[in-house]
Structures are given as C-alpha cells and as structure tokens.
Design a protein around this ligand. Structure first.
Ligand code: F0G
Length: 480
C-alpha cells in the first residue's frame, strides 16, 4: 500500500491532485505546488481535489484496519496519515507527523441522559487528546506537510489560541519552520498562550480581536511570503477530514445519525462536509450523517445568516448580498464577538462559504447556545472524567437543544466533537465551580452567567484534623 501511495505522487501523476475553486461558476484549478488561500481568478476559497478514478482508493473502509498492524511505522501510527489514501496529496518523505490523532470516542450515558437521549446513543469524540490538546493538530500536520513540500521557511496564523498552540508545537518539534502567530489582546486563554510561548513561536499581539488578527495575518503573509496555516489553507482541512474517519473507525464503520460540532471559523465543519461527500462519492459509505453546527450566541454569524436570513449554498452560488448586508450591520453597530467560549469568539468566519456547502452535503442545521448552556454542558462532560474546554461543550449544549426541539429523535446515535482539552482554559472552569462569589462575578457575571447549576464547590475547612474529617463525613453523607 505504501508503494502505491508513492507512485501516485510521482511527477508523472502530479496532475491527479490539484487545487480547485469551490465557486460553481468558476472552478479554476491550480497546481498543488502553489501556496494559495483563495482562487486567483475570483477570490473564492479553494479545495484540494483529486482525480479519484486514477488513484488507489480502498474498496472498503475496513481496509484501513490493516494499518493497525504497522503501528511502529510513524505514518500508520498517525491518526491522520493512516488514512492517507483519502488525502493523497503528499509524498511520504514530505509528511511531518508528531503522532497526532491518538484520540478516543467514548459513549457517555450521563451526557446522553443530560441531553435527553437513550443510553449508549451519545458518543464524545475527545480531540483534546492530540499532542497540542486540540483537534487543530489534524489539520496542522497536513498544512505543515504541504508547507515543507513547497519549501516554506516560515508559517503563520491568527488564532483564538488553539491553532497557534498547534503551529508552535509543529514548528518546535520539527525544527523545519519558524512559527509566527497573531493573537488579539486579552482574547486568549493562558493555557493556549503558554503553549505558544513555551514552544518558541514569535508571538504578535494585535490591539484588536480575532477578526482583526485574521485580516492582518493575511496581509502580512502576502507581503512577506509567509506560509499561512489558518483554515483558509485547503491543505489544512484535508487533515481535519481524518477526525471523521476516526469517528467512523471507532463506530466500526457504522455511520452515526448526527455529528454535532462547535462552529467558529468553520474549518472543521467544512472539512467534515468534504469528508462525507468524498466517502459517499467513492462508495465507501452508503449514507451521510446530518451535521449540526453550534455557535455561541455571542458569536452567532452562521446561525444568523443561515437560520434567520436564509443563506444557503445554492449550488455553489450563495447570495453574497445577504452576507455583505449583515457584516455592514455589524460594522454600523460596532458589534464584536463576545463569549466565554473564547475559541469560537469569531464574527467573520473565513470558511463561511465552504461551510454552507457542508450544510448542503450533510442536510445540516445551525443552532446557537448561551454561555450558561455551554458551561453547564461542560460540567456534565467534565464529570465523565475527561472534560473539555468551553467551546467544545457547545456541541453537547447544542445536542440538548436539538433534542428538546425534537429534531434529534430519541433513538438517534449522536457524536459530539469535543474539540479541545479541559486544561486549555482553567479560568472559566474554576470560576464556574468556585464558592468565591467575587471571582465568579468577575469572570462569569459579566458574561450573563448567573449561578453555576452543576458547580462542584471546594469545601473550605480549618487546618484541624477533626474538622477535616467532619467536613468529609458531612459531604459524603450529603452525597448518599
Ligand atoms: N473548538 C475549539 C476548541 C477551537 O479552538 C476552535 C477554533 C473551534 C472549536 C472552532 O472550530 O474554527 O473549525 O469552526 N479555534 C480557532 C483557533 C479559531 O484559532 O484556534 P472552527
């Protein structure tokens, strides 16, 4: 299998993989040797596209199980590259892997109960188990691989924290490129910032928010010829398809009814749509799951545009005037994204159009949930012993909402993507569980979170053995 893969990448077969504009009235193609983040003809987003008929594709997803017996080979070990036949854009010798994708999918009955579904029907996909603690590593290994193949020396991103942590990690671990990261001021959790600093990334803090940083990084990369690894980079999203491959693998290749994912810059949802579209076209799955994308209500552009203003993919010709009008309104009102789920605090998602395609492919829906709902859902996940960061819990809060609405029916099998590790943002978690009202007010009150419904308060006790034992006894009796 490895040999076949290499053949597919030989220079004679180079034209089997290309970049293609997603706009149906453009569709311009470009060589994969170019570093592009938009179509040179019309400015729309690009896909990595494959001439599948001429590439070695397995007959069944089960064939990937053969990779398990080669786990001592780094590419078979990687939870992204063991599926490399489904993202065959790179020569093996160019692949940069740090062992990403060793994730878990676990059924959670307490969470099933919380959202109103049957035991054994809710699955949590723990992407926080990746090397940098979030799903971003799935995409970063792919973007880094492409960057290396085309000889890039510096790579940059704007980030709410996880993309930058991931870029910094790949840069530090591989020593192949210098990482330059752009963050908004006061908009990044310490867990994530600490990673970027510790792993040695050049960290540029913009006086602005993520949307500002995203615009600037694109300008800077264009001017300085730096390789951009944000999710406008089509190669990054190729790696993120692997999250869905692993979900299917963990479900013994059975397609669930729903995939529920938080929506920020909309790279993940776009990648999931592409993954399922391709698997279906290749005959590797017989049906496509429905996709639910969950916005925080303080950063709800997708929800507003799709569910309230009727924006659709429309066969690759979405009505841009709906988007322009809404962004104009945001500007006039001076409205900025604001949510405790800082990872998804984004008002101008760069993958908006691609995400519309994913919603179309997966018969998807969009919902918004409040910070309160996010933190309550996060506490439920946390009690299961693995936990997640606030943004991730939007998927559980959104599932609960969709069950209440009756859109997800009680027998459905639902996979919630937990995008980031619990330790990424301890501030929000501790504020939620604290008994210190001042601290709670300072961090959560300002966000409209009133009481912590599922708080696990620490018990304050004198430094006295009897008092400690009495306190533990009292607490244990209360538990019984
Ligand atoms: N969950 C977490 C933990 C994230 O870090 C992000 C995005 C998302 C969800 C949203 O995913 O952008 O694909 O819709 N974080 C980016 C960053 C923006 O810079 O780390 P998306």
């Amino acid at each position: 299998m490895l040999q076949v893969f290499q053949m597919a990448q030989s220079s004679t077969n180079k034209n089997l993989v290309f970049q293609r504009c997603i706009a149906s009235d453009c569709g311009q193609t470009f060589d994969i040797g170019e570093a592009l983040v938009a179509c040179k003809a019309c400015g729309q987003l690009l896909d990595v596209a494959y001439a599948w008929d001429h590439l070695p594709v397995p007959n069944s997803l089960r064939e990937f199980e053969r990779q398990w017996s080669h786990r001592n080979h780094p590419l078979a070990f990687s939870g992204v590259w063991r599926f490399r036949q489904l993202l065959p854009f790179a020569a093996e010798e160019d692949i940069v892997s740090v062992g990403e994708g060793q994730t878990l999918l676990r059924a959670s009955d307490p969470v099933a109960k919380y959202v109103g579904l049957r035991a054994g029907h809710v699955f949590l996909q723990y992407e926080g188990m990746n090397p940098s603690g979030s799903f971003k590593d799935n995409g970063m290994t792919a973007a880094f691989t492409h960057a290396r193949a085309i000889g890039a020396k510096r790579a940059a991103c704007a980030s709410t924290g996880n993309t930058s942590a991931s870029l910094a990690l790949y840069s530090g671990a591989s020593r192949l490129m210098q990482a330059v990261i752009f963050i908004g001021s006061g908009k990044i959790s310490f867990g994530k910032l600490s990673q970027a600093l510790d792993y040695g990334a050049l960290t540029v803090q913009i006086a602005g928010d993520f949307d500002d940083a995203m615009q600037r990084v694109q300008e800077v990369c264009a001017q300085l010829g730096i390789y951009l690894v944000n999710s406008v980079n089509p190669f990054r999203l190729e790696g993120q398809k692997a999250i869905m491959f692993r979900v299917l693998e963990s479900l013994k290749w059975e397609v669930p009814d729903w995939i529920v994912v938080p929506g920020g810059n909309l790279g993940n949802s776009s990648a999931f749509g592409k993954a399922f579209g391709e698997l279906h076209t290749l005959g590797l799955i017989d049906r496509i799951p429905r996709l639910a994308i969950i916005n925080a209500s303080g950063a709800n552009t997708l929800y507003e545009l799709v569910e309230r203003r009727g924006l659709t993919w429309n066969g690759g010709r979405p009505d841009r005037s709906i988007i322009d009008k809404y962004y104009g309104e945001l500007d006039v009102a001076g409205r900025r994204a604001s949510t405790i789920a800082s990872a998804i605090e984004i008002n101008r998602p760069v993958n908006l159009i691609k995400c519309l395609r994913a919603l179309d492919i997966c018969h998807g829906v969009v919902r918004q949930v409040s910070d309160q709902e996010i933190l309550d859902a996060k506490a439920q996940v946390g009690q299961g012993g693995f936990g997640c960061e606030p943004a991730s819990a939007a998927s559980v809060a959104g599932t609960r909402l969709l069950c209440e609405e009756g859109l997800i029916d009680r027998d459905a099998r639902v996979v919630c993507i937990l995008t980031g590790h619990q330790l990424k943002d301890p501030t929000a978690t501790v504020a939620y569980h604290t008994t210190d009202k001042t601290e709670f007010e300072r961090i959560l009150g300002a966000r409209g979170v009133d009481t912590a419904s599922y708080a696990n308060h620490a018990i304050a006790v004198d430094n006295n053995l009897d008092a400690i034992i009495r306190a533990i006894d009292r607490h244990s009796q209360g538990e019984r």
